[in-house]
Design a protein around this ligand. Sequence first.
Ligand code: NAP
Length: 511
Amino acid sequence: MQTLSSYLCGAWQTGQGTPQTLENAVNGQAVAEVSSQGLDLAAAVSYAREVGGPALRAMTFAERGQALKALSAAIYEVREELIDLAALNGGCTRGDAKFDIDGATGTLAAYAHFAKSMGDKSYLLDGEGLQLGRTARFWGQHVRVPRRGVAVHINAFNFPAWGMMEKAACALLAGVPVIEKPATATALVAWRIAQVVVQAGILPEGAFQFLCGSAGDLLDHLGAQDCVAFTGSARTGEVIRGNANLVKHNVRVNIEADSINAAVLAPDVDESSETYGLFLSNVVTDMTQKSGQKCTAVRRIFVPEERAEQVAQDLAQELGRIKVGDPNDRENRMGPVAHSGQRKDVASGLARLAEVAKPITGGLADHPLGGCYVAPTLFLASDGNAQVLHELEVFGPVATVIPYAGSAQSAADGVVRGGGGLVTSVYSNDAAWTEHYVLEVAPWHGRVWIGSDRMAEQSLAPGMVLPGLIHGGPGRAGGGEELGAARGLEFYTQRVALQGFQGFLQGHFGA
Ligand code: NAP
């Protein structure tokens, strides 16, 4: 069996003690093992600060952008191998694996592109300069400079490739070295990518380290110039945010947690419209892609009450077309959930939803192939008041149709009961209704996706995170923010206001 190692302080290292086992979701067999016990994580933090940081900061934004482009190409070269590994450890169909892996290479390439406009300086201008004195001689200008610490990235199991590289792209471009920690259960893909990154020799030594296995005492070694970007469950996010060392040193923490994302069908959209087709196809995609293990997956589907039963039946019909089975068979659109623990969690979530909503299709019926399969599952709630509908993330191909009264306000009131989300989608051709809805839900979301006949033909589903737009959301969603082109670098840089003689600031800082 493969033993996965960590790349720390310039060497591949293996931990001691009893290892954790990674499984194949199709048949439950062990595919690899890993341990991080005994690894010197304090040394890794120092190595990043003392070796990786200075080397990265000696490069310009343009040069770091070139490095990201080369990394994207190096990972793309092993794309087919990574697709196979994602099926072996994660149960991903080819389509689901590509979504993750191409997301990683695509985001690296996008940040290489954004770097072109950042120039060959070691800082970024932030906004316009400002006259501070009687005349323009006394001037003010904000700039952003790379922080002198290490970026620790802790990722979730569902996006081992994209999750790691979208964070790394922003930090590395900003000039900050990274320690990447994938979720252990699906670490095989991330481990192979780490090998490629190290072997490619594109990044300066110390810029990229990889911790495979549990995080151990890593967070206890961080200080004021370091940062932690975490993606995972709300529960773990809470633990990380409360880490005493992080609190003591005011270490920057970004939390990307879970979210009970909603899709809303407005009353004006009838069955014959293009927007209704878009609604059905997007909801089905966002429920079933990655077997519903997407932080942006649709969990709640708000439908005007008099149409809820019919829309649920239409969705059930579409879900019935999704062929579930062995992810290695290209005919299958959906594979199992990622591992047996995950299937157990889904089972308990389904039981809780069944207490407040009636099953329309799907459920946990054992798949003839065994393994961790869950059929696409839809519930219909008789009323939307049960709080469990707005609180419980069942991390699988599972959603509930929730009836609402039909006004934009009533839809928004239901949606914001989720307590803060990554994305919400709305389907309407009624501009006034939509504007009211958008303004009500916007403070509670990172993205609001607006579907209509006018854009139906060109759109990407709401669940897709794009490097040019922010990803994250308030409240329940973690309160964090990532990506968004140059905005993604803010977390890794220090904004500082420079005040002085305008001639000096213009000459030396382009202010
Ligand atoms: P998880 O159990 O919270 O684990 C996430 C990561 O945290 C893993 O790498 C895990 O390591 C690590 N971890 C656990 N306890 C820790 C601790 N005390 N200190 C430091 N690190 C710790 O989440 P998951 O099951 O992997 O992922 C699924 C969840 O992530 C879902 O709720 C989903 O909604 C959310 N998610 C959110 C986003 C987003 O962008 N908002 C994206 C993807 C997923 P080990 O694996 O070694 O335990």
